[in-house]
Write a protein that binds this ligand. Sequence first.
Ligand code: FES
Length: 98
Amino acid sequence: MPDLYLDQLESGRPLKLEKDGKTICVTRIGHEVFAIDDTCSHSEASLSEGEIVDFKIQCWLHGAEFDLRTGEAVTLPANIALATYPVKIQANLVTVEI
Ligand code: FES
């Protein structure tokens, strides 16, 4: 079962996905789709409400940035990496592999 359809994802506009008890932020950038834990590692903010800059997502609450490709916290105040998940794209179907 796919989780999303590719055409539901607008490039640079993150979407929140609930799957297997996890809350995941899914972001399309061009032809690629990235999945990262949705909750900021600094506090309880939802990253899917944040801004995309290049391949990073910026937390709306205090401005920490995470690399969507690796989960690395690249800007303070967050300093703990987030989990990322492989994403499979088949035609218009997008599956986040947990
Ligand atoms: S909650 Fe995300 S930077 Fe503070």
